[in-house]
Design a protein around this ligand. Structure first.
Ligand code: ZN
Length: 312
């Protein structure tokens, strides 16, 4: 065989190898895309209650989507008047766009601190909202004035729920307002946080806002039903909340701590983390895990990290 023929055969072999490699690559890519698409479709098709804990840095923002498509927002993250930062615009509204949510059945603001109400005015200005639920307190802040003005402009009724009141979504999901009491409303805002228990079938979620030991003690003394699958830990995991007696009554499977990385307050407290670990609770943190989804089918809750779409 001539030298030139050998070169041609070698080139031909290399060309075949490259084509086979490329074909395999395309096939693998195709299979991955099909699997990803299938998994996304499977998620969308799954009926159930979804509770999303968004990553808004130091602050709280959760979104509830019920099986019949009713949408509730609990807190909206912070804003910063000087820098123009607004978690409503930067996190919550983009999240709504991704999930295809176009309205809010009720915007629930646990208490009038900026890390909870900072994005509220933006949400009210940009999304149709049926009701504004807050604790009725006033801190006379810029953020509070902004959301009250937005609610007024958009004709959104403002409701201050009493313990024992509830919203029945008509699809198996009920939001129970457990706190604050009238006495708590005249005290410091953290301990006047609107506390909501969300029930769906045999599963329960407890959203604590920034409630601290005194509000936990009131809930315990009133004999409120506190047992839940998922606890949104009070006050970003501060050691002023999640007392041992309270944790014993709640006995969650999962705890979500909504907290900013390297925050100035030292949240969450190592003491609270240790307390949760000793109780056997699996801990999720928005500073480490990013946005977290808790999906309930009415029987059990599955936790999903939205960045990796991995189930736990
Ligand atoms: Zn807070």
């Amino acid at each position: 065989m001539r030298a030139s023929s050998k070169v041609i055969i070698r080139r031909f072999a290399i060309s075949i190898a490259i084509r086979t490699y490329l074909l395999l690559l395309v096939l693998l890519l195709g299979i991955s895309l099909i699997l990803l698409g299938w998994s996304a479709l499977a998620r969308q098709g799954e009926k159930g209650l979804r509770v999303y804990f968004l990553d808004v840095g130091q602050g709280d923002a959760a979104v509830l989507a019920t099986p019949s498509g009713r949408i509730f927002v609990v807190d909206t993250g912070r804003d910063n008047q000087e820098t123009g930062e607004d978690m409503g615009r930067e996190v919550v509204i983009p999240f709504f766009h991704v999930e295809g949510f176009t309205h809010i059945d009720a915007l629930i603001l646990t208490h009038p601190h900026a890390d909870h109400i900072g994005g509220a005015a933006t949400l009210l200005e940009n999304l149709p909202c049926d009701a504004l639920v807050d604790n009725g307190q006033s801190e006379n802040s810029v953020e509070e004035a902004a959301y009250l003005a937005a609610a007024y402009r958009r004709h959104v009724p403002r409701i201050t729920p009493l313990p024992g009141e509830q919203i029945d979504c008509g699809d198996g999901v009920t939001l129970h307002f457990l706190a604050p009491t009238s006495a708590e409303r005249s005290g410091p805002p953290n301990n006047a946080s609107v506390v909501v228990r969300v029930d769906y079938g045999r599963t329960h979620f407890l959203l604590m806002g920034d409630a601290e030991a005194p509000e936990e003690a009131t809930l315990l003394s009133e004999g409120q039903s506190l047992a839940c699958d998922v606890l949104k830990v009070g006050h970003h995991g501060s050691d002023t909340s999640t007392t041992p007696r309270f944790l014993q009554a709640v006995h969650p499977k999962f705890a979500v701590i909504s907290v900013g990385a390297h925050n100035l307050y030292g949240h969450p407290s190592p003491l609270v983390i240790e307390r949760l670990r000793q109780t056997g609770v699996k801990i999720y943190r928005t500073d480490r895990n990013g946005a977290i989804e808790a999906l309930s089918d009415g029987n059990e809750v599955r936790m999903v990290l939205l960045c990796s779409r991995a189930s736990h």
